[in-house]
Write a protein of this length. Structure first.
Length: 298
């Protein structure tokens, strides 16, 4: 049977939320679906209070709600969620009159430049949308003074000193963010893939140097704010290296501030007092992969 030319699902990607409108005649068969059979995201968010007389059901949710996921690429922030249709069983348990369906939904927000927004009508495949906002994320990594009050004027250290490093992200017109340091590598040359090299943060936020003997390396608690992260690193040099320079390269990433830390968004230091990995935020379970080396990808 030919589907109606009117879209079954319409989505508007707004600055901080998305609005999903679902036609009750979802499949164009003349049989309307019940609002209770529709939900948004893995958290099964319900629609707004439906009016049985209306031909549409509407969902409104913040971008980070309802179990949505965020992917950060070189040029976009991509929020993904799914519209679920789960039909109720018929009176006869031996037969099925409707098939469950899933509609993937994506909202794409550019990290650079300005674009014009507009309503986007999705098909049964993922789609892209943009929003009128200046989405700029600016990351920084700085050496700080002993009071963490300003950037350190000198980058010279003696062995036995502690480096105070602060990572930050700033954005314009974006949902609140929490910053993480996925990995950091020290090298003797500007080429971060050169040898020798020492990964002192790895496995998506495990400060591996904190487990070395006689070090005070650790993430600093509490954060000054969600979009800022501080950590201490004991000064070192490469054995046999006659030079006196170290180059530090770090990979920074963000997640929605309302999203709880998890095994791929974490900041974990090793506590020599307890002999266990401890998270800056969240439960100890998110740090368990720092020992096994099998921290999952998102």
């Amino acid at each position: 049977r030919a589907l109606s030319p009117r879209p079954a699902v319409a989505v508007r990607c707004q600055e901080g939320q998305l609005a999903v409108t679902v036609r009750r005649d979802l499949f164009g068969t003349g049989r309307g679906v019940r609002a209770a059979e529709l939900s948004l995201g893995t958290a099964s968010c319900p629609p707004l209070s439906p009016n049985p007389a209306q031909a549409f059901v509407t969902f409104v949710a913040a971008l980070h709600e309802c179990g949505s996921t965020l992917q950060v690429t070189s040029d976009s922030l991509i929020y993904r969620t799914t519209l679920f249709y789960k039909p109720t069983r018929s009176g006869n348990p031996l037969i099925v009159r409707a098939t469950p369906a899933e509609v993937p939904i994506e909202c794409h927000y550019p990290r650079r430049s300005n674009v014009s927004s507009g309503a986007v009508h999705p098909t049964w495949a993922p789609f892209r949308s943009t929003v009128a906002a200046e989405e700029r994320l600016q990351f920084s990594l700085r050496l700080m003074d002993d009071e963490w009050s300003r950037e350190r004027l000198s980058n010279g250290f003696q062995l036995g000193d502690s480096l105070r490093l602060q990572a930050d992200v700033t954005s314009a017109g974006h949902v609140p963010l929490r910053l993480f340091v996925d990995r950091c590598v020290a090298t003797a040359s500007p080429d971060r893939s050169s040898s020798p090299r020492y990964a002192f943060i790895d496995l998506r936020g495990c400060l591996l140097d904190s487990r070395a003997e006689d070090t005070a390396s650790a993430f600093v608690s509490p954060r000054p704010r969600p979009e800022s992260l501080r950590f201490l690193l004991d000064a070192f040099k490469f054995a046999g290296d006659v030079g006196n320079l170290l180059y530090i390269s770090c990979h920074l990433r963000v997640s929605p501030a309302a999203q709880a830390p998890n095994p791929w968004n974490k900041a974990c230091s090793f506590s020599k007092a307890s002999g266990l990995w401890a998270p800056l935020e969240g439960t100890a379970a998110i740090c368990s992969c720092c020992d096994t080396g099998s921290c999952p990808a998102p």
